[in-house]
Design a binder for this molecule. Structure first.
Ligand code: PLP
Length: 402
């Protein structure tokens, strides 16, 4: 076989993607073992039947040919009015490109702003695909490490310093955040906007969890003064409407950027299936109540987990205000997140994601996805806390406590 490109051969950096616990859990499950999986961000409900019926109707009515590459007009209009209403920033169809999911939007946005070899910044902890996405666009990923003690919020100085050091072209941010559940407030957003202006950065704002906000309000960086011209917003219906498998999302960006992004889509995806777009339009037309309904179990389960955690003092949660996850600090056990997660899986058949899967900044933590029924989740958290308490006691007894 002729040699593959360096770009594709090095997409995963050092080759370890941090998903070993997840793969092991799946392998055990395939052997028929009962594994309680709190790993990936997939709802425990499917797409609403009415949305599926609309896709079926649209496909049967003949919407199975090539759809318009930028997205069908009605859907682009609907996304534009949704964004205008939620952010107060005037947005039209010409600011919108429909994409096959948020992931394709993340890739396209980086393709649009990075020349080969230019640096794209992102915040650590991060959604696992970020470095690979930047590499796929021939960029150099550069992580800005945040600290658990700062609730994993980045500061102006950190972003500005990293941008200067690397001569970066872009900054990828994600609020509400996966994996930490943090929601960027006024100070953080102001720091992002000032650092972007000072270093002439594009901000790629991943807002796929914008309907999962439990405390406070989601503010899009695009809504800050002067930011609409340098921000690309990534949206998706995966999380808001439990449509992960339908692969439907969007980019909202300045008009000229969208024109170039349409060129890229023509050369890559050639658009999104028309019947999926019709289903998405129907779903958005149902209004906010549908999104609130999809988000509700995660709101309830977050409260439930916090209540269980309040009964003990070994495991603590990073203060979370959004998204379908909680990041738990297990450092009192003396273990790193990965060792803890493997041992928990072996001892109790409960699978959680090691914090390290999301970057070095989340070492000593594990992420739990709030994606199983309430009673199973309570049981899992109580078991996890009991397991951590035993490890912590053994550590104190053996005198290895720092
Ligand atoms: N961004 C974040 C932060 C995510 O957690 C995910 C999926 O889990 C995505 C983007 C990609 O979502 P999708 O491609 O399904 O829209």
């Amino acid at each position: 076989m002729p040699q593959l490109s360096k770009r594709i051969s090095t997409l995963n950096g050092d080759g370890s993607d941090g998903w070993g616990v997840f793969y092991k859990a799946r392998a055990l499950k395939a052997e028929g073992r009962d594994i309680l999986e709190l790993t990936i961000g997939e709802h425990d409900i499917g797409t609403d039947q009415a949305i599926l019926d609309e896709m079926h109707r649209a496909a049967s009515a003949g919407h199975t040919g090539y759809a318009m590459v930028p997205g069908v007009d009605a859907l682009r209009d609907r996304i534009a009015s949704r964004v205008s209403n939620r952010t107060g920033v005037a947005t039209t169809r010409d600011n919108v490109l429909v994409t096959p999911g948020g992931q394709a939007a993340l890739f396209s946005a980086h393709m649009a702003v990075l020349a080969p070899g230019e640096t794209g910044l992102f915040i650590d902890p991060y959604y696992a695909t970020y470095p690979g996405t930047i590499r796929a666009a021939s960029g150099i990923p550069h992580a800005i490490a945040t600290r658990a003690e700062d609730a994993f919020l980045p500061s102006f100085d950190q972003i500005d310093g990293a941008a200067r050091d690397t001569n970066a072209r872009s900054l990828l941010v994600n609020t509400p955040n996966n994996p930490t559940g943090t929601l960027y407030g006024a100070e953080t957003l102001d720091g992002i906007a000032r650092a972007a202006a000072a270093n002439d950065l594009w901000v790629i704002s991943d807002e796929v969890y914008d309907t999962q906000v439990w405390e406070g309000a989601h503010v899009s960086p695009r809504a800050l003064p002067g930011m609409a011209d340098r921000t690309m917003v990534v949206g998706s219906m995966s999380k808001s409407h439990a449509m992960t498998g339908s692969r439907i999302g969007w980019i909202v960006a300045p008009e000229e950027a969208v024109s170039r992004l349409i060129d890229l889509a023509t050369a890559t995806t050639y658009g999104v299936p028309g019947y999926i777009q019709d289903g998405a339009l129907f779903a958005l037309e149902q209004g906010d109540a549908v999104e609130a309904h999809v988000a509700e179990p995660f709101r309830r389960r977050r409260a439930l987990v916090l209540d269980r955690l309040a009964r003990q003092s070994v495991v603590t949660a990073i203060p979370s205000r959004g998204a379908m996850y909680l990041m738990l600090d297990i450092r009192k056990t003396g273990l790193d997140g990965e060792t803890f997660a493997y041992r928990l899986l072996d001892a109790h058949r409960i699978a959680v994601m090691p914090g390290e899967s999301f970057g070095a900044a989340a070492a000593g933590h594990v992420r739990v996805a709030l994606t199983v029924a309430d009673d199973r989740l309570s049981h899992a958290i109580d078991t996890l806390c009991g397991f951590a308490a035993d490890l912590s006691e053994a550590r104190v007894a053996s005198g290895t406590m720092a």
